[in-house]
Design a protein around this ligand. Sequence first.
Ligand SMILES: *Cc1c(COP(=O)(O)O)cnc(C)c1O
Length: 402
Amino acid sequence: MAYSDVARASFASEIETIKGKGLYKEKRFIRSPQDAEITVEYPEGAAEEKVLNFCANNYLGLSSHPEVIAAAHEGLDSRGYGMSSVRFICGTQDIHRELQDRLTDFLGTEDTLLFPSCMDANAGVFEAILGPEDVIIADRLIHASLVDGIRLCSAQYDTFKHMNMKHLEKKLQLHQDKRHRLVVTDGVFSMDGDLFPLDEAVALCESYDAMILLDDSHATGVIGKTGRGVHEHFGVVGKIDVITTTLGKALGGASGGCVAGRKELVELCRQKARPYLFSNSLSPVITAASIKVLDIITKTTERRDKLEANTKYFREKITAAGLNVRPGETPIVPVMLYNAKLASDMARDMYAEGIYVIGFSFPVVPNGQARIRVQLSAAHEFGHIERCVVAFAKVGDSYGIL
Ligand SMILES: *Cc1c(COP(=O)(O)O)cnc(C)c1O
């Protein structure tokens, strides 16, 4: 057998193993812009259908907003399509600087550096600022991109139990002999919708001379009275050493991310962070549209307020319908099913009812914690939410779980 056939057989067998465990991710094609209602081709080759979308990170409904699209066109016309360069060679335009300054204002930090994505921001930040004499102390449920970024850096690594401040304090005490301590957490955890108790963590960091890194990707634009994030919600704006976040969720949903924080720390990233040095600049189209997004959400909190109202409405209605949701206040609402097959069967039946949601099971969530994760958007109307709840009640009833 040719070696290429040996390799092919080995990969094919691994794919079969994934399928055998019920973890295979099917292809799904959307044939419309991202919105509350989308046109979907699923399964592949099937006739397209209109469904209500309850699984996008389009929290503020800005992904296809006419003013954002117009700003993207304007950016294309005035600054071109691509930069064909990394930032530090010839890939930084005036609008990149403007967007960085606007993010600095919005996030309440001293400086901001754009990256191609938040995954890239997380891949670059740790190695740029920490060395072997330092320690990272991370919440046990941090996002995969933070885990990967931490792997790329030579600092020592320790964890604390999810959102457990007593345990964090113990770990901070344990690591007083290190040069720098950096506590790392998500602001909103994407699978549970939990809000990290940032005010308590900041107080601990102050008592034990530690820095804190907040990945606020699911919170920027959404959480806090004016949508600045989890630090606004807990009244600790200005006290976060470094925030990483994405432009790929609430802030228009195209792509891009940033490291925002203390001036010298951001400057070190500008000098050393590898995805900043070795990956291409954010397109002028996205850069210009992102500035417009910040215009829109700083002028009025209408969208973030509507999202909050939609979230309350959904949480009340779905609970009244007899489904078991994880309590909380974020627009991530896990409908708990505890069984992987049930989660994927129910998601399939929900699709037949015109509601697009996805079941999550191990290893994305712990074993025995399977669920359908519902995400609300300011693009939803109460009528959409009612249809989603009615479908959950019907499908849930058919499986006898109400
Ligand atoms: C989505 C997400 C990311 C990745 O953001 P991209 O800009 O899409 O790379 C990073 N961290 C967290 C916590 C996220 O939820």
